[in-house]
Design a protein around this ligand. Structure first.
Ligand code: ADE
Length: 252
């Protein structure tokens, strides 16, 4: 899977993503990450990429020309790599913005199936609406708060998406049992030592009885979700209503 980030701060994005698990996945070729500097595409002789908003108001806006030309060049390169000269915009372009739908694990799973994803990071007070209308396919936020730019949200999303790409995590199973994978928070986990600060690892985990361990973990996951995230718990219970107790057949 190939991630492409349109940004005014390529070094910020690459510095953050070239380390740890994501960096290793890139070295091994499971994913690639490139950052393209929007400023490289400005036709302004002073390399300016922003201007005042019509109608007044605080701050500056990123202008249409550098953003559009940057996307056009990038989209063309991707199309050529895919050997698809007629690719007119079927590569998804995600504008990271507090005005988008809120990102979650379901969205991460959906996006992890794409071959290429373009992230457009805004700065200043945003981007001229006209270029957004022409190139953006998805408007996505990472939460109901405002950051100074789109780079951190893009990095958050790329991390969450990349770890779902086959091969990126060593242990394929952990992406399936972790929090949010099935709509529940993950159960508590314990490692050695067996006793620490007078706290003992729950007996069932030492029992070797796999069915009981699974049952205990599900109970813990339900309990944790109910207390910490009642909104998720309600959604889970609605989708998985508890089975009514089985009536034992009366013998005649
Ligand atoms: N840019 C600024 N704030 C943001 C947010 N919460 N999500 C995505 N992009 C943003």
């Amino acid at each position: 899977m190939h991630f492409h980030i349109m940004t005014l701060f390529p070094e910020m994005v690459l510095g953050g993503l070239h380390t740890s698990i994501i960096g290793r996945a890139e070295e091994k070729g499971y994913i690639s990450i490139e950052a393209v500097n929007i400023r490289d595409y400005t036709l302004d002789k002073h390399k300016k990429v922003d201007d005042y908003p019509y109608g007044g108001g605080a701050g500056m806006l990123m202008q249409v020309q550098p953003v559009y030309d940057c996307w056009k060049a990038l989209n063309g390169r991707i199309a050529r790599r895919r050997d698809d000269e007629n690719n007119n915009g079927n590569i998804r372009v995600i504008y990271v913005t507090p005005q988008g739908e809120v990102f979650n694990q379901k969205k991460a799973v959906e996006l992890s199936k794409e071959e290429d994803l373009i992230f457009l990071c805004g700065h200043y007070e945003g981007i001229d609406e006209r270029v957004l209308e022409e190139i953006v396919t998805d408007y996505i936020s990472i939460g109901d708060y405002v950051l100074t730019g789109g780079e951190l949200p893009a990095m958050v999303m790329i991390d969450a998406i990349a770890r779902l790409v086959p091969g990126v995590l060593n242990n394929g199973e952990s992406a399936q049992t972790e929090s949010h994978a099935d709509g529940l928070l993950e159960y508590p986990q314990y490692s050695r030592p067996e006793v620490w600060h007078d706290k003992k690892v729950p007996d069932v985990l030492l029992s070797g009885h796999h069915a009981n361990i699974e049952k205990w973990r599900l109970e813990q996951a339900l309990d944790r979700t109910r207390t910490r995230r009642p909104d998720l718990y309600e959604a889970y219970i609605t989708a998985h209503p508890p089975k009514p107790p089985q009536n034992k057949k009366k013998r005649n």
